[in-house]
Design a protein around this ligand. Structure first.
Ligand code: FE2
Length: 145
């Protein structure tokens, strides 16, 4: 449990969450490739919107699972999700894309925020779920893995 996934980030131990994390990290890598290669434009805009939408759906999934398992840290976790979503959405706007064309480091900054959230906040949940989920029925826990 809680090994390293395809993305090089720690696995949380919930299959759906780990699958999404790998996909989000892959999307960041693809975006960075396009941005560094100077291909910012229509495709980058579509990918940034896709990233913002995927992240929003992923966060709702995470929060739903946390709620179903009575995770005591859910309120703080939701606040962190909101902040990350605001950053993602800002970059997906026309103004954000223009800023990204001028400074490709913005994308690296956002990718680092995402990685840090997985390494710290999400992993904290995974460790809690694996060892301290007293009110979570074993059948429900097994269904998520
Ligand atoms: Fe999270």
């Amino acid at each position: 449990m809680n090994g390293t996934g395809e993305s090089g980030l720690p696995e949380i131990g919930v299959k759906l969450i780990d699958r999404d994390h790998n996909y989000i990290v892959e999307l960041f890598s693809e975006l960075q490739f396009h941005t560094v290669a100077g291909m910012a434009g229509g495709k980058t805009g579509a990918m940034l919107r896709q990233l913002a939408q995927l992240t929003q759906v992923h966060f709702l999934l995470e929060e739903g699972i946390m709620s179903a398992t009575n995770y005591p840290g859910i309120a703080v976790h939701q606040l962190r999700h909101q902040w990350i979503l605001e950053q993602n959405k800002a970059l997906a706007t026309q103004r954000g894309r223009k800023a990204l064309e001028r400074n490709s480091e913005l994308l690296r900054y956002l990718a680092d925020i995402n990685d840090e959230h997985i390494r710290n906040d999400d992993l904290h949940y995974g460790l809690w779920l694996g060892t301290k989920a007293p009110r979570c029925a074993p059948a429900a826990r097994n269904a998520m893995r």
